[in-house]
Design a protein around this ligand. Structure first.
Ligand code: S3P
Length: 435
C-alpha cells in the first residue's frame, strides 16, 4: 500500500512570511453556533481541515443549510435543528464530538454521535457525567463513543470541572442554552474561552468572573459576520523551526493571540527565544497579530501549573524546542497529554528516540537535558497531526534526512503544511512510499 510521507532535508534556514490556516477551535464553534443562531451567519477564513469538515457535515446532517462560497468561506442558515437520519460521524474530532454532545443533549430528538477508532479511544465521561447531572439521557460504551442521546428536559447545574478543559466547559455551556435555569461552570484554571466569547457576541446572557462562568438561557442567538484568525497551534510549528534552525528569521501574520492560547509564546520567550509580537487588531472577537521569530540560543525551562493549559496542544512541538535548548527542561501537570489523539508523552518520547533523543517520561510530563544532536531517521506520526508536524520540525534540526510516515493526518488541522513550510524555504516534501 502506498502512503504519503514527509521527506525532510535539513540545511536550509527558514525565511519569509506566511499565514497559517484558520483556528481549529474557532472553526468548530463557528459552525455549531452558526447553526444555533437565528438567521444567516457569514464565516470567512474558516479552517477546511479533517476535524472541522466533520463538524460541518454533522451540522448539515442536522438539516442546517451551509453554502460553501469557497473552501474557507461559509454561509450558514441557522435556526432549529432537525433529527438526523444517520449517525453523526465526527471522525477524529474530539472537540467536535464533545461540543456536539452538549447541543444534542438539549434537542427534542434522539441522535447517535460516533467517530473513528482513534476517537473511540478518547474518554467521554468528562462530558457525559456533567450532562447527565443536567438531566441528559446519554448512554456511552463504558465511557467511550458511540454516544446514544435521547430527548430529556435539562436543568442548569453548578459544576466544578475536575480538569481545565475547554471542551467540557463548552459542552456544558451549550447544553445550558437548552436548560431550565442558570448554568454555572467553575474551572480550575484558564481553559480557552472561545465558547464564552462567541456566545457573548451572539447575544447570550453569559458572564465570566474569575474562574466562574454563568449562563442564563432564553436569549435568541443572533447571527454573526465572522472572520477566523490564524491558529496559534499551527503557527507553533514554523515558529519553533525558525528558532532551532541557524540563520532563520520568519514572520507569521494574522495569528490568534487570545491569552488563553499563548502559553507557548510565554514559555519560549522565557527560554530566550527571539520572538516579537505585534497586536494588529481583532478578528472574530479575538486579539490577532504578527509574530516575528529568529534563530535563538534557547535555555531549558521548568513548565507546570497554570501555563500548561494555555499551551496544551503545543507540547509535542515544545518537546522538540527543548531538545535544542541548553540545560534541563522539566514538565509536570501535563497528564492530559496522555488522552489526546494519542498518548502524546509516550509517542513523542518513542518517536524522537528513533532520532537519538534521550527523554525521560513521567506520568504527568517529562524531563530531558537539551542541546542534543538528533540524527535523521524514519519516524511515524501515528495518525496524530501534531505528532507528525512536530517530527518534521525535529527533522529540520537533525543531521541527515528524515522520513515521517503518515503525512495525511496533518490535514486534520493544517492543510497545506508542507507547502507552508516550503514557502518559508524549508525542504519538506510529501512523497508516497510503499509499505
Ligand atoms: C479544544 C480544547 C482542548 C484542546 C483541543 C481543542 C477546544 O482540549 O486540546 O485541541 O477547541 O475546545 P481539552 O478541552 O480537552 O483540554
Amino acid at each position: 500500500m502506498a502512503v504519503d510521507c514527509f521527506i525532510v532535508q535539513p540545511g536550509t534556514s527558514l525565511n519569509g512570511m506566511a499565514r497559517v490556516p484558520g483556528d481549529k477551535s474557532l472553526s468548530h464553534r463557528a459552525v455549531f453556533l452558526g447553526a444555533l443562531a437565528h438567521g444567516t451567519t457569514h464565516v470567512r477564513d474558516w479552517l477546511p481541515a479533517g476535524d472541522t469538515e466533520a463538524s460541518l457535515s454533522a451540522v448539515r446532517a442536522l438539516g442546517i443549510e451551509i453554502e460553501r462560497r469557497s473552501a474557507t468561506e461559509l454561509v450558514i442558515h441557522g435556526g432549529a435543528l432537525n433529527a438526523p437520519s444517520q449517525t453523526l460521524d465526527l471522525v477524529n474530532a474530539g472537540t467536535g464530538i464533545r461540543l456536539l454532545a452538549g447541543i444534542m443533549a438539549g434537542q427534542p430528538f434522539p441522535s447517535v454521535l460516533d467517530g473513528s477508532a482513534q476517537l473511540r479511544r478518547r474518554p467521554m465521561n468528562r462530558v457525559v457525567t456533567p450532562l447527565k447531572q443536567m438531566g441528559a439521557d446519554i448512554e456511552s460504551q463504558n465511557g467511550y463513543a458511540p454516544l446514544h442521546i435521547r430527548p430529556a428536559a435539562l436543568r442548569g447545574i453548578h459544576y466544578h470541572m475536575p480538569m481545565a478543559s475547554a471542551q467540557v466547559k463548552g459542552a456544558i455551556l451549550l447544553a445550558g442554552l437548552f436548560a431550565e435555569g442558570e448554568t454555572v461552570v467553575v474551572q480550575p484554571g484558564p481553559a480557552r474561552d472561545h465558547t464564552e466569547r462567541l456566545l457573548a457576541a451572539l447575544g447570550a446572557d453569559i458572564r465570566t468572573e474569575g474562574d466562574t462562568i454563568t449562563l442564563r438561557p432564553g436569549s435568541t442567538l443572533r447571527p454573526l459576520n465572522y472572520s477566523v484568525p490564524g491558529d496559534i497551534s499551527s503557527a507553533a510549528f514554523p515558529l519553533v523551526a525558525a528558532l532551532i534552525v541557524p540563520g532563520s528569521a520568519i514572520t507569521l501574520e494574522h495569528v490568534n493571540l487570545n491569552p488563553t492560547r499563548t502559553g507557548i509564546l510565554d514559555v519560549l520567550r522565557e527560554m530566550g527565544a527571539d520572538i516579537t509580537i505585534t497586536e494588529t487588531g481583532l478578528a472574530g472577537g479575538e486579539p490577532v497579530g504578527t509574530i516575528h521569530a529568529s534563530h535563538s540560543a534557547l535555555k531549558g525551562i521548568r513548565v507546570g501549573g497554570e501555563v500548561v493549559v494555555r499551551m496544551i496542544d503545543e507540547f509535542p512541538i515544545f518537546m522538540v524546542a527543548a531538545l535544542f535548548a541548553e540545560g534541563e527542561t522539566y514538565v509536570r501537570d501535563a497528564g492530559e497529554l496522555r488522552v489526546k489523539e494519542t498518548d502524546r508523552i509516550a509517542v513523542m518520547v518513542e518517536e524522537l528516540g528513533k532520532m537519538g533523543a534521550r527523554i525521560t517520561e513521567m506520568e504527568d510530563g517529562f524531563y530531558l537535558y537539551g542541546a542534543q544532536k538528533l540524527t535523521g531517521a524514519v519516524v511515524d506520526g501515528r495518525d496524530d497531526h501534531r505528532i507528525s508536524m512536530s517530527l518534521v520540525v525535529a527533522g529540520l534540526g537533525a543531521s541527515g534526512s528524515t522520513t515521517v510516515l503518515d503525512a495525511r493526518c496533518t490535514s486534520d488541522s493544517f492543510p497545506g503544511y508542507a507547502e507552508t513550510m516550503r514557502s518559508l524555504n524549508a525542504d519538506v516534501r510529501v512523497s508516497p512510499i510503499t509499505t
